[in-house]
Ligand binder design. Sequence first.
Ligand SMILES: NC(=O)c1ccc[n+]([C@@H]2O[C@H](COP(=O)([O-])OP(=O)(O)OC[C@H]3O[C@@H](n4cnc5c(N)ncnc54)[C@H](OP(=O)(O)O)[C@@H]3O)[C@@H](O)[C@H]2O)c1
Length: 241
Amino acid sequence: MQSENTVDHPTTLITGGATGIGAATVRRLLAAGHRVAVTGRDQDRLDRFAAELGAGRDVLLPLAADATDYDAVRGAVEATVKEFGRLDHVIANAGFSTHDNLADGDPGQWREMLMVNVLGPALLVKAALPALQESGGRIVLVGSTAGIKNTPGNMYSVTKTALTSLAENAHVLVTGSGVGVTLIAPGRVDTPFWSSHPDRVVPQGPVLTPDHIADAIVWALRQPAGVDVNTVVVRPLGQVH
Ligand SMILES: NC(=O)c1ccc[n+]([C@@H]2O[C@H](COP(=O)([O-])OP(=O)(O)OC[C@H]3O[C@@H](n4cnc5c(N)ncnc54)[C@H](OP(=O)(O)O)[C@@H]3O)[C@@H](O)[C@H]2O)c1
């Protein structure tokens, strides 16, 4: 595996990167000298984000790509390699919660949640693997503490538990070919993730900022050659589950 420090301008592709944890990570990566490709479903939102950062296409490539559409994901990987000449890291960050449970939830939304939170990261790993094997790069999957501990009937927790499994599953598949895999499992973070919650705001109690998780992601990517950090759980102090 290469060291982050041996490549002048590593190239990183992150899904769902125009808001929240993804946006904070893009800022950190640009500051660390990365060239970054960032996806989301809304090209206008991505372009506004790039303009807000004042980052040109030489360092930031905003690409509309639905994380659940394999052709779109593969297209984003290809566009990144074409634009920047290499791919060192992918970060599967896009995800959402229906904030409901098996008893009172709306099954109509669960399919989409499963597709974005589970299928999406799997598609990204598949699409990026050849380029990552060439660069000796790293994969980061943004899971959740909900993927480590269950709460009653929580379907979001089911999707993130599947992602925890995907991280281990991918690690076993790719570690021998020099590719690293890290699961970052955040506790509560103050982001637009909570705008779909019935209360529309992050629940009362301890909470992290998106920068806290961005720092953990960048730390995992910047490990020395030969070091593969596999699971990082980051809770705000005082969060029990
Ligand atoms: N906030 C928390 O408390 C918390 C805790 C643990 C884990 N997480 C996880 O952290 C990750 C980031 O979430 P966040 O908190 O930063 O919330 P967020 O601000 O809502 O970010 C989610 C991003 O995903 C994108 N997205 C959603 N569906 C997509 C799709 N089909 N294709 C491509 N992009 C898509 C959204 O962009 P568009 O709508 O423009 O497509 C958005 O930018 C998620 O995986 C979430 O489950 C969050």
